[in-house]
Structures are given as C-alpha cells and as structure tokens.
Design a binder for this molecule. Structure first.
Ligand SMILES: NC(=O)c1ccc[n+]([C@@H]2O[C@H](COP(=O)([O-])OP(=O)(O)OC[C@H]3O[C@@H](n4cnc5c(N)ncnc54)[C@H](OP(=O)(O)O)[C@@H]3O)[C@@H](O)[C@H]2O)c1
Length: 249
C-alpha cells in the first residue's frame, strides 16, 4: 500500500472540508474533489498556508459522471505520488414524499449518493488491487437505519451504500482492501440548512475529529457521535410506523 494519502469526494463543503482540515493537521497529503472549483481552490490554499510542504491537489469532478471515475483516481494518485485511501463522501439531501411529484429529486439522490459513490469506489478498488491494497471510507448516515418519512429516497440511498460497503469489506479483505463505513447523525452543514428538526446535531469540526480517529484506526464502522445514535440504531427499526409518521426531517 502507498504511504498514507487520501482522495476526498465532496471536499468543497461541510463534513468533507472539515475532514480535510483535520487530516491535513495529521499530515495526510490530500486530493480534494467536488464540482465547485472556487471552494476547492480556497480550501487548498488554506491548507497549504497552514501546513507548508503538504501536498494538496484539486480535482473538479461530478460523481454522476460515472465514466470519469478512473481518471479521477489516476489523477489523484499522480498528484500525490500514490493513493492509500479514498473518502467517498459526496452527497445531496434532496427529499420529497413518495407519490408527491418529487421523483426527479429522488432519482438524483440515488444517482449521486449511491451510484456516484459506487462509481468512485469501483475505480478506487481497481487502483488499490493493482497497488497492494488501500482503504475505502464511505459516508452513510443514521438515516440508513430506517426509512425517514419525507426523505425515504435519501434513507434508501444510504442503506444501499451501507450494504455495498459492508459487503466490499469482506470481498476485498484478502487483497488488503479495508473499509470504514461512517454513520453520522445530524451535523451542522449546508445539507441540513432548512431542515426543521436536527436533534443532537454536532458541529462539522467535532464530526471530523471523530471520523479521522476512525479512519486512522481503520475501524470497520463508526457511528458519529456514538451517543445517542448507537441506541437509535437498535431503536429506530422498532418504532411503530404510526409513531414515526409524526416525525419527518
Ligand atoms: N450533515 C449531516 O447531518 C449528515 C448526516 C449524515 C450523513 N451526511 C452525509 O455527509 C456527506 C457530506 O454532506 P455534508 O453534510 O458535508 O453536506 P454539504 O456541506 O452539502 O456537502 C456535500 C458535498 O458533496 C458534494 N457534492 C454534491 N453533489 C456532488 C456531485 N454530483 N459530484 C461531486 N460532488 C458532489 C458537494 O460539493 P459540490 O457542490 O461542490 O459538488 C459538497 O462538497 C453526504 O454524503 C451526506 O449525505 C450528512
């Protein structure tokens, strides 16, 4: 495996940017990717200024451009002189009730959060296989534990991504591919702006510290933060639908 270095998708904002700041503090060379070049360039300048000598590259990339995933991984590996890890984190939170004329939003949610994440993971695993192993870190969500009224497609995208990544851990084990699946609760980032209720929300920098600890330990999975969401993992499937119908985020 190459010495540690990471490509982060969805690095232009929120959790991805906060994790980039924390990894940079720990000395990780970083390839930052997302669609918004300006935000990536600003973050890259900040990191280079704070950590002189740290390798930081910028890669404008839309995860729904599935065919370009191999090029993204190749460019990141070239820029950093090798790639040991990929953080599959880009995501959107478009909601809408089933049957409520929001199918287009739901389709885009699946295309980004699930298919986009799979495309980047697929290319990364191909690269890691050829280079003696690597680590895939993926951002799922506590919303994967139960279909959340008003945002069921988002829950479905994260539940499917969770199954995909948990399966990859076994599939890639003998090839030195390690997988860390993240299940964050609410984190104060642009994706939850306008969401009426965000119980137990934490700041992105706190989430990033917990996430980086899990990444560096190569933990198989991490619920972020552990309390109260570990309890929610067991309780959410047990809540009667008639009570859950009153919720909705
Ligand atoms: N905040 C929470 O409460 C929470 C909880 C659980 C899980 N999550 C997950 O955490 C991840 C990061 O979200 P966040 O909270 O940090 O929200 P955010 O601040 O809105 O960040 C989302 C990131 O994804 C990128 N992105 C979106 N669509 C993309 C596309 N098609 N191609 C490439 N990049 C794309 C955005 O960059 P560009 O717009 O520049 O492309 C941005 O960098 C998401 O997967 C989200 O589902 C968030």
């Amino acid at each position: 495996m190459a010495t540690r270095s990471m490509l982060i998708s969805g690095a232009s904002s929120g959790i991805g940017a906060a994790v980039a700041r924390e990894l940079a503090r720990h000395g990780w060379p970083l390839a930052l990717s997302a669609r918004r070049r300006d935000a990536l360039d600003d973050l890259a300048s900040e990191l280079r200024q704070r950590h002189p000598g740290l390798r930081v590259s910028v890669h404008v990339h839309d995860v729904t451009d599935y065919a370009s995933s191999d090029a993204l991984i190749r460019d990141a590996a070239e820029a950093l002189g090798g790639l040991s890890a990929v953080f599959v984190n880009a995501g959107i939170g478009l909601g809408g009730r089933i049957g409520g004329k929001s199918f287009d939003k739901q389709r885009r949610t699946i295309e980004t959060n699930l298919l986009g994440a799979m495309a980047v993971t697929d290319a990364a695993v191909r690269h890691f296989r050829a280079h003696g192993g690597g680590q895939v870190v993926g951002t799922c969500s506590v919303a994967a534990f139960r279909g959340v009224p008003g945002n069921v497609a988002y829950s479905a995208s994260k539940a499917a991504l969770s199954t995909y990544l948990e399966g990859l851990r076994a599939e890639g084990w003998r090839e030195g591919i390690r997988v860390t699946v993240l299940y964050p609760g609410f984190v104060r980032t642009p994706i939850v702006e306008g969401v009426a209720h965000t119980p137990f929300a934490i700041e992105a920098d706190r989430a990033a510290r917990l996430i980086v600890r899990a990444i560096e330990r190569q933990a198989p999975r991490a619920i972020v933060p552990r309390f109260p969401w570990t309890l929610a993992r067991w309780l959410m499937p047990l809540i009667p639908s008639r009570l859950l119908a009153r919720a909705g985020f």
